[in-house]
Design a binder for this molecule. Structure first.
Ligand code: SF4
Length: 291
């Protein structure tokens, strides 16, 4: 069989732009979030050992010495623990100079694994995990059909941090729409503070016409925030967040404003920058929503 391919579309976090991507699974096992269009065209599946080894051979013939490796697609942690450890050992043997291996992590996959299993996976070489929290609000998580509640999100994140992973959380600005703007900001601050991750990033909601949320927007059931309201929401979130030592970024292509700092250390500076922009009559970013 021919394993020399990627099944498209292929996604990775912005910070993995220079990483070699090994496609371990295809799609997302949940695939039901109303705002998400990433894997709608794919049926979720796990690759066989033979297929994975063939895929890695193909990648190795082109990129023999990657510094960083990202395991795709949506939720590689759904693999059985022994299978994942076996894969990590194989990847480390084939790419001995790789300094970091990372992947997305689904909250339910983290909850299903025991603390010992997660520690063993970490020790086998998976170092950095990204988790899309999307919102800390119980209402917004349910509205968006994320498949987990607030407490499960916190539990999943805390387990990953406790097991020794470097942990990165994402929140989507505007995901509560106008109706839940304040609740989304406050509850997201609460969940991120409780997890206390090493990295925290803010993306902005961009509604794709193929997502279920697009129909709600067209029918007026979900009202998108204006750029100024997004700033207001970000201000509330940052003012209420309490983190030990977290690298914060808001530099995705979807964001209206590029922000970077360390939290809590730079909280005042970031909030005052956002307030200045919010109060400026010249703040008028180009909006794209794909609708
Ligand atoms: S947001 Fe994440 S969990 Fe939800 S459908 Fe998309 S990839 Fe799957």
């Amino acid at each position: 069989m021919n394993y020399n391919y990627y099944s498209e579309p292929l996604y990775r976090p912005p910070s993995e732009a220079r990483s070699l991507i090994i496609q371990v699974t295809e799609g997302c096992s949940h695939n039901k979030c109303r705002f998400c269009y990433m894997y709608k065209s794919k049926q979720f599946r796990l690759k066989s050992k033979e297929e994975l080894r063939g895929h890695i051979e193909w990648l190795k013939s082109m990129y023999s010495n990657p510094r960083r490796i990202f395991l795709a697609d949506g939720n590689v942690l759904c693999l059985k623990t022994e299978k994942l450890i076996d894969l990590l050992q194989y990847v480390k043997k084939e790419f001995p100079h790789a300094e970091r291996i990372s992947s997305y992590s689904g909250p339910l996959d983290l909850i299903r694994k025991t603390d010992e299993e997660l520690k063993a996976i970490r020790e086998a070489g998976l170092e950095l995990l990204y988790m899309g929290v999307e919102s800390g609000s119980e209402k917004v998580l349910s509205l968006m059909n994320k498949g987990v509640n607030q407490q499960q999100m916190i539990e999943a994140g805390q387990k990953a941090v406790k097991a020794g992973f470097k942990f990165s959380c994402m929140i989507i600005s505007g995901l509560g729409g106008k109706e839940y703007m304040e609740e989304h900001a406050l509850e997201s601050a609460k969940v991120i503070s409780a997890i206390d991750p090493h990295y925290f990033s803010l993306l902005r909601l961009v509604v794709d016409e193929y997502s279920e949320l697009a129909a709600d927007v067209r029918e007026g059931k979900f009202q998108l925030l204006t750029p100024r309201e997004i700033l207001e929401e970000n201000i509330i979130m940052l003012e209420n967040i309490e983190l030990t030592d977290c690298i914060f970024r808001s530099n995705h292509v979807s964001n209206h404003v590029n922000l970077a700092g360390t939290l809590n250390q730079d909280k005042e500076m970031l909030v005052s920058m956002l307030k200045k922009l919010r109060n400026s009559p010249d703040f008028n970013p180009r909006v794209f929503n794909r609708l």
